[in-house]
Design a binder for this molecule. Structure first.
Ligand code: GAP
Length: 530
């Protein structure tokens, strides 16, 4: 029953998105292309708002994060260093009967192409053994198409940040702890794209790599490491180790989602179990959202240790270590046993990383010793906390959360159900609808255009003069527009001077209407849209 309801909601959302110009299937006139979606006029605005809000929250409102905009195609060596060439794959199986191709780990959930209503296992077809299918899209750079020209479309934006870490550090005047943020396209040749835009083959990510000092360095400088408590840990402090920084970013990200209209009750934190963690991660929290098809990942926040920078240091031969004067000075003040203890712990962590990544034991021992010796010189490889969110999943979450239906009965007893998208004004694609009461009264139309032109440089405005005013309000409700302004005969002084120069301001969520002076309209709407 619950499943039928969620399927129904999903169908309604997909159809609304198409009808109102939020999301269209890519290449639809040619039958579409599986796993690719286009954003129409309203969707494009919604997406811009979401990305701008994230950028403002993560980059502009802080002084410890810098931005980056890197290329989609990068040196293939980057993907060797990151592990994507060897390990970024899903287990794929083929059905010998229905010729369907599936992810082996999702076989129970996927409909059979021959009998879409049934589970693939009903097909009873013999399956091939699972084999690894690399999810990266390949292309060739330059005119020669051979092995030497293979390149990849990036499967995540994160690696460009690691590859440019030193350049950003040197040009932004930042010091660890600090972050580098990037928004951009990512591509994954998903075996079975599904759930609308949730799992697409081309999508956008908003990623932050926040670089921090290793715990041994914090301990050397500050004597001890602050331990995380319940809830948000507050303003960052110099004695924070990786655990409290990780907690901080989980809480910050939840605050962000709440601030753009996703209620806390629709979000869940899922702490990955040690068996689920990627080999480089010390902890990962997935922020889940209650999508119509189930509670699933919206964003992952991973404590990735010093894995990424260390890999790029080894593969590129370029140093990724930073020099920290504070550490060098503090190290000299430590007594010998403390130095020995911290040195040993750092050494063991480095040796662990080198051994896990297959460095031959003698070489690993030598490198780990050099790394541990580096502490006394104020030198270390930064660790990283990575909040990584998908733009498209967030758009889908916002649409799901905003969707509501109201049933209204008119004076003749006829009832009608209509949709209202209750977006937070911050994310709403259109902030204000401007409408003359009647389109055939030049005085009303001229004034309405004047009001539109007053608002246009500051807010996204939709001018609408077609149909009854009730219909026009309903159209804006369905697009999620939080405010409508109507210019009527009072506005132009035809009913006396009392209300001349005022308009009706209607609020989407309450249908409440108030009279507002045109002079006060712009600051009021800007305030309400913040
Ligand atoms: N750099 C880490 C990283 O890429 P991920 O969990 O693979 O981690 C991060 O991806 C986020 O990107 C996910 O939480 C999700 O929001 C989004 N994402 C990943 N694959 C996606 C896909 N096929 N379609 C849409 N969004 C996707």
């Amino acid at each position: 029953m619950a499943e039928a309801k969620s399927t129904e909601l999903m169908e309604k959302l997909v159809s609304l998105c198409k009808r109102r110009g939020f999301i269209y299937p890519s290449s639809e006139i040619y039958g579409g292309i599986n796993g690719f979606w286009d954003y129409g006029p309203l969707g494009a605005e919604l997406k811009r708002n979401v990305k701008d809000l994230w950028w403002r929250h993560i980059v502009h409102r802080r002084d410890d994060v810098a931005g980056l905009e890197a290329t989609i195609i990068m040196s293939p060596r980057i993907w060797e260093a990151s592990g994507h060439v060897d390990t970024f794959s899903d287990p794929m199986i083929d059905c010998k009967t229905c010729k369907g191709r599936f992810r082996a780990d999702q076989i129970d959930e996927i409909p059979c192409p021959q009998k879409p209503s049934k589970c693939v296992q009903d097909c009873h077809g013999e399956k091939t053994e699972p084999r690894a299918f690399n999810l990266m899209f390949t292309t060739h750079v330059g005119p020669v198409r051979d092995d030497s020209s293979v390149a990849y479309l990036r499967p995540e934006t994160a690696q460009a940040i690691f590859a440019q870490f030193k350049n950003v550090l040197e040009t932004s005047r930042q010091k660890v702890p600090f972050g580098i943020a990037q928004i951009g396209k990512a591509f994954r040749n998903e075996v079975t794209p599904r759930n609308y835009t949730f799992r697409s083959r081309e999508f956008e990510q908003m990623e932050l790599e926040f670089f921090i000092k290793p715990d041994e360095v914090i301990e050397a400088i500050h004597g001890s490491i602050a331990t995380p408590g319940e809830g948000h840990p507050g303003e960052p402090q110099p004695n924070w180790g990786w655990q409290i920084w990780h907690k901080y970013w989980v809480e910050e990200r939840i605050r962000f989602y709440e601030s753009i209209g996703l209620p806390r009750t629709t979000l869940e934190e899922y702490w990955q179990t040690p068996e689920e963690l990627a080999h480089y991660a010390r902890a990962t929290v997935d922020i889940l959202f209650q999508f119509p098809f189930g509670t699933q990942e919206l964003e992952g926040i991973a404590a990735r240790s010093d894995f990424d920078l260390s890999q790029h240091e080894r593969f590129s031969g370029k140093p990724m270590k930073v020099f920290d004067d504070e550490l060098r000075a503090a190290w000299k003040q430590l007594d010998e046993s403390k130095q020995k203890d911290l040195r040993q712990r750092y050494h063991d962590a480095r040796l662990g990383y080198l051994t896990r990544t297959g460095v031959e034991s003698e070489k690993a021992a030598q490198l780990a010793k050099e790394d541990a010796d580096g502490l006394a010189k104020g030198q270390y490889v930064p660790h990283v906390i990575e909040p990584s969110a998908g733009v498209d999943r967030l758009i889908l979450a916002l649409l799901t959360s905003a969707y509501s239906e109201v049933t209204e009965t008119d004076a003749k007893g006829k009832s009608e159900t209509r949709v209202i998208l209750r977006f937070h004004p911050r994310t709403a694609p259109v902030k204000v609808g401007v409408m003359p009461l009647l389109k055939n009264k030049p005085g009303l139309v001229a004034k309405a255009r004047e009001v539109r032109d007053l608002l246009l440089p500051h807010l996204t405005v939709f001018y609408d003069d077609g149909g009854s005013i009730g219909r026009r309000y309903a159209r804006q409700d369905e697009a999620g527009t939080p405010f409508c302004v109507t210019i009527d005969f009072d506005t132009i002084g035809e009913n006396g001077p009392e209300l001349e120069g005022t308009v009706t301001l209607r609020e989407r969520d309450t249908s409440e209407q108030t009279r507002v002076k045109i002079d006060e309209l712009l600051p009021l709407l800007i305030e309400k849209s913040r």
